[in-house]
Design a binder for this molecule. Sequence first.
Ligand code: PEP
Length: 251
Amino acid sequence: MSQRRPLIAGNWKMNCLRTDGLALARGLSDRAKAKGDLACDILVCPPATLISDVAGVTNGGAVMVGGQDCHVAVSGAHTGDIAAPMLADIGASHVLVGHSERRADHCESSTVIRQKTMAAHDAGLIAVVCVGETEQERDLGATLAVVNGQIAVSVPDDATPENTVIAYEPVWAIGTGRTASVDEVAEVHAAIRAELTARFDDGDKFRILYGGSVKPSNAAELLAVPDVDGALVGGASLKVDDFWQIIESCA
Ligand code: PEP
């Protein structure tokens, strides 16, 4: 584990009605309270419909709440979208930007993701900027070029270790049960770290999370990789026991 405090973040995606979501949030919050001194920060990103309720449950506790996306604008004619100040207004402290499902389903470019990241910062939110290569890009040997290119464009100049977290999520490992090997993770995280330190004076202080089929059985070895400062967890964040075991994997 690195000298940076780890962050274990759960991305609930488009899952959980109110009853289930609140039970999940309560379960985590209760365990965090009972445990007291935690070795990591904990974040959950529920669907937008639940952010306010989940924030109410976890209020004042160790579990932070984030959105899964925000618009680049602060308000206006953007039907169905959510502005970063709206997330902050209902208790979010973080927001995911550039998740590969958003990049694919909503054709989001790294330029748009940079604008969203800046909108998040302006609203006082910590942006979790997601990057990662597709299987085809990896097979072509383009992983580092793709990821570094995404970092270069998606991460704005106003980024600091306090307002920005990077999440490396190989697209082929998300929701597939396939996890990148320790060596693959180490190589990409080192490249991201080099990119950050080349560009920012305090580039060594940014947290870089790994995401892609993280589960209780593989969390400890992934979290032990140099420059892995936590995890972004999808499927396994929907069960209190599984997510908690991942949290407990932080040494
Ligand atoms: C994710 O959605 O960011 C993710 C990593 O999902 P999963 O853990 O299910 O692969």
